[in-house]
Design a protein around this ligand. Structure first.
Ligand code: PEP
Ligand code: MN
Length: 263
């Protein structure tokens, strides 16, 4: 059902006046994790400043170590919702468990399924029964075919509002956090009718590569990019080294705008 063979036109997902897909690129930005109302609201205002429409922020964080900050959970979703509403933004956040899906969806405009859960088939099927768009990230070691099958799990339950997100894959290369598989974008666009985003933060893990990676993503046909921005990255409870501060975000936005690539 996600195949181009069953639907030749691009899927376009509408959020009132903002859309994902359909030839305009969106930038989804915000902190790695929701840490407090003040931190999230500050990031939201910054995101709004550039005329963007989507605020990200993790409330359920899938951390590698169980001793690391796990996110604020439901409280985090409430904060994200409030901050997004106050700045007139749409809210995007990851859900890691079937049990939280329904409640979380009440607070979100886009339900994110993260790389570590790309093959959590129960979660995919339940997300397929939700009435909200799902942003599905590519698994750490997933092939493009496996990624497409995961999207198929969602659509097979009735939810066709799916956004794919390339976020880098694990290879032997250590110069970047993951290896951004840039050609996954045109392949996914060719094989499926779904919008495709690139997460430049988690794929590179390097702030000096965010601008070139975002330019490459858009030039190669992505429907947008995701990037992390935090009011004070040094104090961030997760991904402290890779989140942009506000002046870096300003630079990021101005370089992308100046590139003339954004439509
Ligand atoms: C995230 O976007 O917050 C995240 C954890 O990314 P990924 O699932 O791609 O690692
Ligand atoms: Mn992160």
């Amino acid at each position: 059902l996600v195949s181009r063979r069953t639907q030749s036109e691009d899927t376009v997902i509408s959020f009132g006046s903002s859309i994902i897909g359909g030839g305009r690129q969106q930038i989804i930005a915000g902190p790695c994790a929701v840490e407090s109302y003040e931190q999230t609201a500050a990031a939201a205002k910054e995101v709004k400043k550039y005329g963007l429409s989507f605020l990200r922020g993790g409330a359920y964080k899938p951390r590698t170590s169980p001793y690391d900050f796990q996110g604020l959970g439901l409280e985090g979703l409430k904060i994200l919702r409030r901050a997004a509403d106050e700045s007139g933004l749409k809210a995007v956040s990851e859900v890691v468990s079937v049990k939280d899906l329904e409640t979380a969806s009440e607070y979100l405009d886009i339900i994110q399924i993260g790389a570590r859960n790309m093959q959590n088939f129960d979660l995919l099927k339940e997300a397929g029964r939700m009435k909200k768009p799902v942003l599905l990230k590519r698994g750490l070691s997933a092939t493009i075919e496996e990624f497409i099958y995961s999207a198929e799990y969602i659509i097979s339950q009735g939810n066709s509002q799916i956004i794919l997100c390339e976020r880098g894959i694990r290879t032997y290369e250590r110069a970047t956090r993951n290896t951004l598989d840039i050609t996954a974008v045109p392949i996914l666009k060719k094989e499926t009718h779904l919008p495709v985003l690139v997460d430049v933060t988690h794929s590179t893990g390097r702030k000096d590569l965010l601008v070139p990676a975002a330019k490459a993503a858009i030039a190669i046909g992505a429907d947008g990019v995701m990037a992390e921005v935090h009011p004070d990255p040094a104090s961030a409870l997760s991904d402290s080294a890779q989140q942009m501060d506000f002046s870096e975000f300003e630079e990021f936005m101005s370089e992308l705008t100046a590139s003339g690539l954004l439509k």
